[in-house]
Design a protein around this ligand. Structure first.
Ligand SMILES: Nc1nc2c(ncn2[C@@H]2O[C@H](COP(=O)(O)OP(=O)(O)OP(=O)(O)O)[C@@H](O)[C@H]2O)c(=O)[nH]1
Length: 417
């Protein structure tokens, strides 16, 4: 889950908080157990001390009861109660049923007591009574508290010191390295991928998880770097392919699909430039319109496939008769072609058209196994000052119409020059 920057809390702090919480639980558990054991120990010691005192006194009390000497018995009881550890003494004389009690107020609940039988001095099998002694509450509590005071500070100091040391170690070994890695990851940019991740931390004999994270970063950076370079290469390659395709599409968009000659679109782009050049250098520029005679008959008699083949063959033969890299040809429409001849005046263009017409009619055309005889009509015009593209083409086209009108298979040139 993504968290806002304001909610940040260092992982070392979080772990420290948890360790402190666990340490407190341990402190309470261990300290409680230690206190309980200490209390058991103190109770046992106290009980043994009391037993010793009572056993000692009970012999003197046995003589007093045997001798029926109340004063001595009372004295012995008082002596016991004068001891700091004793809170209450109760003696029960069996022969009279009398109970003698002496001691300080404070109750007998929750304090240890010791009870024993008082036997006759010389006949140990004869019980004279019982004596019961309770500890002094305040004395007993102080005794326990004193022993516990020794336990609690020790545990507290131990816990605090442990937490301080753990905090220091966590900060040095975990918090600071993680912070450096986080800063590095946050500032990583494609242009800084080659920058190595450097983490300042104490020397170690063996690699740990932080070293593994650093290694992972290094591998990731190298892989990303390679990937970016591959992508760059691919982009360059694709761009080159795309550019070649665009060039090819541009080229094809200027060509006629059937004959491979330029189309009208190409003519509209190129002709104005060609005319501008001829004006600038004062050079002649001629145009020849060529149209296959009675082409409709070929289609009608032999089908469109033969018509197409004838169109391709005528285009190719016309093209072959032109000057390479200088003259250029356009399929103007249907069975009509236009030839553009830079550096050529009307008479030379007319001569070329005559040559083409003679070439057309001289040899039969072998198409799809057929041998066809074809002729073409030609209209020739030369660029005149002030001509537009349309006017120049119109004059040549007009000459073509005249050639058709005069009976076809001939050349008509624009004599208005
Ligand atoms: N096979 C084929 N025929 C075409 C193509 N373009 C135009 N034509 C045909 O060319 C014929 C031109 O006929 P017309 O304009 O009457 O001219 P023509 O028959 O050559 O007669 P003239 O030009 O007067 O000698 C039409 O029948 C068109 O269908 C093409 O790309 N392929």
């Amino acid at each position: 889950m993504h968290r806002e920057a304001g909610e940040f809390r260092s992982i070392a702090t979080l772990m420290l908080q948890r360790i402190i919480a666990l340490a407190l639980v341990c402190l309470i558990g261990m300290g409680g157990l230690q206190l309980w054991l200490e209390r058991q120990q103190q109770e046992k010691l106290f009980f043994q001390t009391m037993a010793l005192m009572v056993e000692t006194s009970s012999q003197a009390m046995a003589h007093a009861i045997w001798d029926i000497d109340r004063d001595v018995l009372s004295f012995q009881i008082r002596r016991l109660t004068e001891l700091e550890a004793v809170g209450l003494v109760r003696v029960h004389i069996r022969s009279t049923g009398e109970i003698l009690t002496s001691g300080r107020a404070g109750g007998t609940q929750d304090v240890p007591s010791y009870q024993t039988v008082i036997y006759a001095p010389h006949a140990l099998q004869q019980p004279l009574g019982t004596i019961e002694v309770w500890a002094d509450r305040t004395y007993y509590r102080n005794l326990l508290w004193e022993s516990q005071k020794r336990v609690i500070p020790g545990y507290l100091i131990f816990t605090v010191l442990m937490c301080l040391m753990v905090a220091w170690v966590m900060r040095r070994d975990l918090g600071l390295p993680l912070r450096q890695i986080a800063d590095f990851a946050r500032n990583l940019r494609p242009e800084t991928l080659n920058q190595p991740l450097e983490v300042r931390r104490p020397e170690r004999a063996r690699a740990d998880e932080i070293d593994m994270v650093m290694q992972g970063f290094e591998h990731l950076q190298q892989a990303l770097d390679r990937h970016i370079k591959d992508l760059d290469g691919m982009v360059k390659e694709r761009t080159a392919e795309l550019s070649a395709l665009v060039d090819e599409v541009k080229r094809l968009s200027r060509l006629d699909a059937l004959t491979g000659t330029f189309n009208r679109r190409a003519m509209e782009q190129r002709l104005p430039l060609e005319m501008e050049r001829c004006v600038r250098y004062g050079r002649p520029f001629a145009v020849i319109f060529a149209d296959i005679d009675h082409f409709k008959r070929i289609n009608d008699q032999h089908g469109h496939a033969v018509g197409d083949a004838v169109l391709k063959a005528v285009a190719s033969r016309l093209q072959a008769c032109l000057r390479a890299n200088l003259d250029w040809m356009v399929r103007f429409g249907g069975e009509e072609f236009v030839i553009f001849m830079p550096e050529t005046d009307l008479s030379h263009a007319q001569a070329v058209a005559q040559r083409l017409a003679a070439d057309m009619r001289a040899t039969p055309w072998g198409c799809n196994g057929l041998s066809l005889w074809l002729t073409c009509s030609f209209g020739v015009a030369e660029y005149q000052s002030g001509d537009s593209m349309e006017s120049l083409l119109e004059r040549a086209d007009h000459m073509l119409y005249r050639a058709k009108d005069l009976g076809r298979d001939r050349v008509c040139a624009d004599a208005t020059v």
